[in-house]
Design a protein around this ligand. Structure first.
Ligand code: ZN
Length: 292
């Protein structure tokens, strides 16, 4: 089956086509196992184009997440009906585990111990929290940094932490202190292992930091080879891929969020990049080239 045989528009069948393209993506990528238990996750582990690194989806939320259309106030009832989304828009809360250069790293850390499943899933993959070498943080919302700290201590005691300078400045230096307690605690607990990046920087493992501001002041997308980790660029993929001009309520600056969404979805499509998204529907990977 070839991807270009998919001739039906996303706009017509919404989430069904999302599912179809996910299946198609699995036909053209090379899912492989990195540990004995990871092989059972097919197609949730993908090999990257360097032939050595892998990326694995970790579902942090329990059960199923369906957003109500009301989360997207600019979506008219006509658009929702046309896409068949009257009963909800599928989503997840997700993290991603990277294996590269012999090391384990995480993109974001989910809701946190007691709320999310990250540590349980890592255990099932035989990856201990002590063996996580790096955290790459897309932004500072609680469903992304909530897993960094538990009872005042680092959950990942050996991890170097990469955060955007702009995101850090906004939350730690500009917003009212009473609204940013979680963010301050996370940054304080890891203060000796924080690394600040600028947009355009290339980090360890060749990970490039891409400006995706709008959802938050320093929201970052990460690229490694043919993989694009899109953070919160999409909260309801079945709605926002055909209509990138529609924001979720969570987007802090709507105008910037729309511009970033349009620019990065086009970049992903033009370069045929596998997108991993923290709120994409299961299994949280999508190839956007078929989503035009
Ligand atoms: Zn989020």
């Amino acid at each position: 089956m070839k991807l270009n045989h998919l001739s039906v528009s996303y706009a017509l069948v919404g989430s069904l086509i999302l599912t179809a393209s996910l299946l198609l993506a699995s036909c053209t990528s090379k899912p492989i196992a990195t540990t004995s238990s990871a092989k059972n996750l097919f197609p949730n582990t993908y090999a990257l184009d360097d032939g050595e690194s892998t990326i694995t989806w970790i579902k942090d939320n329990q059960g199923t997440t369906m957003h109500e259309a009301g989360l997207f106030p600019d979506a008219t009832p006509e658009v929702i009906a046309e896409l068949g989304l009257q009963y909800g828009i599928a989503s997840t809360i997700s993290c991603f585990l990277l294996h590269a250069d012999g090391k384990w790293a995480l993109f974001d850390t989910g809701l946190g111990i007691g709320k999310g499943q990250l540590i349980t899933v890592l255990d099932s993959l035989n990856v201990s929290s002590e063996s996580i070498s790096e955290l790459f943080i897309t932004h500072f919302h609680g469903d992304h940094i909530g897993g960094m700290v538990y009872e005042g201590k680092p959950v990942f005691p050996n991890a170097e932490v990469y955060v955007g300078q702009r995101e850090y400045d906004a939350w730690i230096n500009e917003m009212p202190k009473e609204n940013t307690r979680m963010q301050r605690e996370a940054m304080d607990v890891y203060k000796n292992r924080l690394h600040f990046f600028q947009f355009g920087d290339t980090l360890t493992h060749g990970i490039v930091c891409i400006d995706a501001v709008g959802h938050t002041p320093g929201h970052t997308v990460f690229q490694k080879g043919n993989l694009l980790v899109i953070g919160d660029l999409l909260h309801g993929a079945a709605l926002q891929i055909p209509h990138p001009e529609i924001c979720a309520r969570f987007d802090m600056d709507k105008e910037q969020a729309v511009a970033s969404r349009i620019r990065i979805l086009k970049y992903a499509a033009d370069n045929n990049l596998l997108m991993a998204g923290m709120h994409l529907p299961e299994p949280a990977f999508i190839k956007p080239g078929q989503a035009k």
